[in-house]
Design a protein around this ligand. Structure first.
Ligand SMILES: Nc1ncnc2c1ncn2[C@@H]1O[C@H](COP(=O)(O)OP(=O)(O)O)[C@@H](O)[C@H]1O
Ligand SMILES: [Mg+2]
Length: 249
């Protein structure tokens, strides 16, 4: 079992979209995977998978009457499960590191636990990174997003969490230009780059339609999602050939 927090510092960089797609690819590749919607202020991942959550992670952390099995929901996709987040107005920090650790240990039948973290650099993020021990930084190619990525790396180093890699998402213009800049970014951050995802209208639309684009397309962004999943698992996955895509609905 490996648990990974997907963090960005800055909001809206594509964490939820990427976690949903990487979870889909890992599960389709035969890995039993569970996604955790830790962004309980917005619950975007829960909405993406159209889950109506009765009890969630916060309930488990705050109450003695909630059992782990009550908050693990099937997504309708084989091998893919989710710990959702229910609608809340009041956002509280994800606290209770020892309880979180205990929860993760009980999820040891899963190959991967992917945590969709909220934006920010505060207590919740530090706790999630500390508990998972591994993290992926999702950044956009903007100075403020890279600045947040640097801060996350410093936090990670301080608490002994290991970076699995960073992703530059929503790249406008020529990807080749960014490819040249990657070694510089890697040196600056001290983290390997595991994905360069272009700005893609279909990706944007998939969030509106509540679809997992990796289940519906083999375009460049999706091929990059496959590369990222391959880097995470240390195995090479390819998108299915056109015409053989499973329908996701
Ligand atoms: N590569 C991309 N191309 C186009 N739109 C994207 C891309 N990645 C993410 N988006 C869009 O950006 C918005 C924010 O993405 P989201 O995954 O919710 O970010 P976060 O979870 O970091 O807040 C969504 O509307 C999503 O569809
Ligand atoms: Mg999100």
């Amino acid at each position: 079992m490996k648990a990974i927090s997907w963090v960005s510092g800055k909001g809206g960089t594509g964490k939820t979209t990427i976690v949903g797609n990487i979870g889909y690819i890992l599960s389709k590749s035969g890995f039993k995977t569970i996604l955790v919607d830790a962004d309980h202020g917005l619950s975007c991942l829960t909405r993406l998978f159209k889950i109506n959550a009765r009890v969630d992670l916060i309930d488990l952390l705050k109450s003695n009457y909630v059992d782990l099995k009550d908050i693990v929901y099937p997504t309708g996709i084989e091998n893919l499960f989710i710990i959702p987040s229910k609608d809340r107005i009041k956002v509280s920090e994800v606290r209770g590191v020892s309880r979180l650790k205990g929860m993760f240990n009980s999820l040891d039948s899963f190959d991967y636990i992917l945590i969709d973290a909220p934006a920010g650099l505060g207590e919740t993020i530090v706790n999630l990174m500390a508990v998972t021990g591994y993290y992926v930084i999702v950044a956009q190619p903007t100075p403020w997003s890279i600045d947040a990525a640097l801060k996350l790396k410093l936090i990670g180093d301080k608490i002994g969490a290991k970076p699995e890699g960073f992703i530059l998402n929503d790249i406008e213009g020529k990807i080749s230009m960014f490819k040249e800049a990657v070694p510089k970014f890697e040196r600056l951050l001290g983290v390997r780059c595991i994905g360069l995802i272009p700005h893609d209208k279909k990706v944007k639309l998939s969030s509106i339609k509540l679809e997992i684009i990796a289940g519906n397309s083999t375009n460049r962004a999706v091929r990059e999602f496959y590369k990222i999943a391959s880097a995470i698992a240390g195995l090479k996955f390819e998108p299915p050939k056109r015409g053989l895509l499973p329908f996701f609905g």
